[in-house]
Design a protein around this ligand. Structure first.
Ligand code: 5RP
Length: 266
């Protein structure tokens, strides 16, 4: 990595493991969805999964209320919001948490959504730029989240490559986007590390293992994957199975076998 201060380098090293890969666990969904299924009581969801995550993506409210401060896992603080599922426009987000607060909470990184292609594209991109300016002052990396809202058709390589590249150009140190067909086009066009979100729960575990594996083969450094872990009936088995794809280069079939074995141990 080029011209980074010690603090920035150290925080990036906390996030991205020695093998160059990472498994981030997002539990931030309540910031616009309210008590999302299986995240109704965040502490109960988070505690059993924390040992297997490389970092968690979380708002300050859930961090303070539901994570023990003795925790030493890196925190990526969700600092954008101000909208809800029932409001007018999900894209109309602002920065909700100051950098001073992020420092007080001793976080490793901050994360914010950008809404390319929406009425609020301009505002959200300037929010990202401002956050990067602030973060760089203190050596705190920014993870940009390329939001697609309810428009699933936006999950194609052309759109996601555009949004990811813009996020990198504006200074994000990590970009979170969705897996899609031709995912290599997204990674190739994005000069900073890319992690994949999971999206809404899919029908089978194997589908998750397959897209995570494919994305890793095509250059993603890992995942920021929530619902397909904690909405699964066996979340610990699920996170462990995803972990072996990310950190041990396991195939989807091997991950599935591990999942089945762990599931039957319960
Ligand atoms: C929610 C987010 C999530 O962090 C992101 O969507 C990943 O979670 P999931 O795998 O459940 O999609 O940004 O706003």
């Amino acid at each position: 990595m080029i011209s980074m201060d010690w603090g920035m380098k150290n925080r990036m090293a906390q996030l991205i493991q020695a093998d160059g890969h990472c498994l981030f666990l997002p539990v931030d969904h309540g910031y616009f969805q309210g008590p999302t299924r299986k995240l109704e009581e965040p502490r109960k969801t988070i505690e059993p999964l924390l040992p297997y995550a490389d970092a968690i993506f979380i708002t300050r409210g859930v961090l303070r209320s539901s994570v023990d401060p003795n925790n030493t896992k890196p925190i990526i603080l969700r600092v954008s919001g101000g909208t809800s599922m029932v409001g007018k426009d999900l894209a109309n987000e602002g920065i909700t948490t100051s950098m001073e607060e992020a420092i007080r909470l001793n976080v490793t990184a901050v994360g914010l959504s950008i809404f390319v292609g929406t009425d609020y594209e301009h505002e959200s991109l300037l929010n990202l730029s401002k956050l990067v300016d602030e973060g760089e002052k203190y050596g705190i990396p920014v993870m940009a989240v390329t939001a697609v809202g309810r428009e699933l058709e936006k999950r194609d390589a052309r759109f996601l490559a555009l949004a990811s590249r813009i996020a990198a150009e504006l200074g994000a140190r990590v970009v979170k986007t969705y897996w899609c067909q031709d995912f290599e086009k997204v990674v190739r066009g994005c000069p900073v590390p890319v992690v994949m979100a999971g999206g809404p729960r899919v029908d089978t575990e194997l589908e998750v293992f397959e897209f995570v594996y494919d994305g890793m083969q095509k250059g993603a450094i890992g995942v920021n994957l929530g619902r397909n872990i904690w909405q699964n009936d066996f979340p610990v088995a699920m996170i462990k199975a995803i972990r072996v794809i990310i950190h041990q280069d396991a195939s989807p079939k091997e991950a599935q076998e591990l999942y089945e074995n762990l599931k039957s141990e319960k």
